[in-house]
Design a protein around this ligand. Sequence first.
Ligand SMILES: [Zn+2]
Length: 346
Amino acid sequence: MSEPCWEQRWHPFRQQWVIVAAHRQERPWLGERDSAPAPASRLPQHDPACTFCPRNARVLGAINPDYRGVFVFDNDKPCVGAAAPLGLAAPPPGYRSSPARGVARVVSFSERHDLHPARADAFAMDRVLACLQEQYRELSRRDDVAHVLMFENRGEAVGVSNPHPHGQIYATNFVFETIAREREACRERFDATGRSLWEDVVRTELQDGRRVLMENADAISFLPWFARYAYETYVGPKRAVHSVADLDDTERMALAQALHATIVRFDNLWQQPFPYVMALHQAPTDGERCDGFGFHVEFHPPMRKPGLRKFLAGPEIGGGNFLADTAPEQSAIELRAVPAAHYDPS
Ligand SMILES: [Zn+2]
């Protein structure tokens, strides 16, 4: 049993307290456990029923080309659309509404149904990043786009129904709440000190060192001191830039290596594909001031033990603050202890 520990840690990007109660991880658990998923290598390389695989029909009937490498297509079931009707019914008195306009796309990471970038190499990750750069450059120029959200939901634990490795892009006419708050926090730090909040956090984590998973010349991976999830990890370039599109080729490859090293350790932790929500935090493109903003990638894994999810409950959903059951220092020790090579390579 670990010693009881209660601590509030300030999350500087979200500007909210995280309650760390690290002894809770040991508490008896009689609730639901997810069953362990099958190893990825048992999936076929090509699944005739998969709507993302080459040569197959998608949901609305379009046929995918016989592609190799990264492939981007419009989401067949988008949550936002360029065709969102402008003539909405009036909302009830006192309420507001607006058409949800934008572009929703799917990014298939490769033609292989079974090959997540974790089981491939850093070059595969770099090809994904190069594609995201192109997408960002195109979408951020549009007048009807205020922000480009790029993310990957990985695993059934976060609701993914198609195991074909893929990410998604929502280029929207509004700025997502987390990013809006983060821009505000970065601007405040910049106005007060002339420094970037992201670079401040990177410097602090490097000096402390206990939560750093890896670093190279241009990129870093660490579990932030203020982590909300047990294995929450931030990966980014060491210098503050606004988006993935601002990285040169050397920096992009450095980031690809840091991302790859991170997800390999995730998978190796329990020797199974590690579920997470991964999101690129990029500055909005709505023309407002984004001084001090630092592009980075955040991993939010839902699991706190094998087969045991972190449930969002009273504190998180009812109160709006996270209660962390694990201190990130402990999780970093676990992740650094596993091999750097994937347990199930392609
Ligand atoms: Zn597929």
